[in-house]
Design a binder for this molecule. Sequence first.
Ligand SMILES: NC(=O)c1ccc[n+]([C@@H]2O[C@H](COP(=O)([O-])OP(=O)(O)OC[C@H]3O[C@@H](n4cnc5c(N)ncnc54)[C@H](O)[C@@H]3O)[C@@H](O)[C@H]2O)c1
Length: 367
Amino acid sequence: MIKKIGIPKEVKKDEGRVSLIPEHIAQFTGLADIFIESGAGLGSGFSDKDYTKAGAKIVDSPTELYGNSDIICKVKEPQEQEFELLDSSHVLFGYLHLASNLDLTKKLLEKKLTGIATEMIMDDNIYPLLIPMSKIAGNLAIQKGMQFLEYSSGGKGVLLSSISEKKNAKVTVIGCGEVGKSSISKAISIGANVTAIDLNEKVLEDLKKVYGDSINTLKGDTKESTNAIRSADLIIGAVLIPGKKPPVVIKNEDISKMEKGTVIIDVAIDQGGCVEKVKANTHSEPFTVRDGVLISAIANLPGAVPKTSSIELSTALQKYVYFLLQEDWFENYKNDKNLSPSLQIHNGLLLSEEVADSLSLSVSKLV
Ligand SMILES: NC(=O)c1ccc[n+]([C@@H]2O[C@H](COP(=O)([O-])OP(=O)(O)OC[C@H]3O[C@@H](n4cnc5c(N)ncnc54)[C@H](O)[C@@H]3O)[C@@H](O)[C@H]2O)c1
């Protein structure tokens, strides 16, 4: 039976991405019917006409979109107004980040649908759908940080780039995976004084090999790393324990010791945040001030550059959408060691141990 893929217009605040771009849906012609909500691609520069030409059918309302589709191919987790549109016939496919969201997890369990958290899809020990967004987010963390450090934003009034031999601005990056490395590369390229903190010594050794004396590397949870966090102008929090809520690596006590106008970007907010008691922000209200420190925690940073992000996302996503179109996909998916960690909700059962652990819920196994 031919499957029906639905691409809704994202409704999360300030989110302009779309899950699949026209170039990538053309390959599904004959294999699946593709429905897209009118205007879903506009934020990324793709019109309804572009999608029609590629073989998609345009639908006018979310009700029609969800009502017509078997596979809901989204970017971000469903928002409250989308809950009533979901039902047990749906395979929900998108970034779900359930470990930080008890309400959403309960709702998806109640709906008895199948929920696939694309950020947990693995391939050869990497997360192919997280990596491109992480690289973009790491870049944007520096871009946003530079702007928030400006005097008119309430920042210290420090320029991150160096304009002479002297490196004025101090950037500390905690968690040096994909996000962290992207922030580090950008910060070093503009001449900031960069300190990288991670618990994994191999990660720090690799950074030293690449950047030599242009970077200071420190093991996390030490007196030295605490000092580097407290004395920086800009701190990027980018830690991850896959599938789980992140550890708190920037504590209230650290914030109280920072200079006024210091900026923290908590990139790990999509998983719940790595700053103590952090509150989520949006692109339109991008930071909260605590003890004179600007804390920015935007869970959809790549949404700021949807044109770039949607192309990267769709490129990485297409082969997994293809997988869902196979007749016996579910059996194959649940038995595939790379894919099964992303199959987190099915028929009222929570299948992810990490999510269950983070939210104090019970985990189930499929037989
Ligand atoms: N806000 C956004 O828009 C956005 C976009 C993309 C990714 N993210 C998030 O950014 C975070 C990082 O993603 P990533 O792809 O770089 O992950 P990654 O797995 O590539 O890197 C995480 C790093 O954190 C380190 N780490 C773990 N615990 C630590 C601790 N206590 N102290 C120091 N280092 C620690 C790990 O060793 C690893 O090097 C994740 O939470 C991810 O979900 C957010």
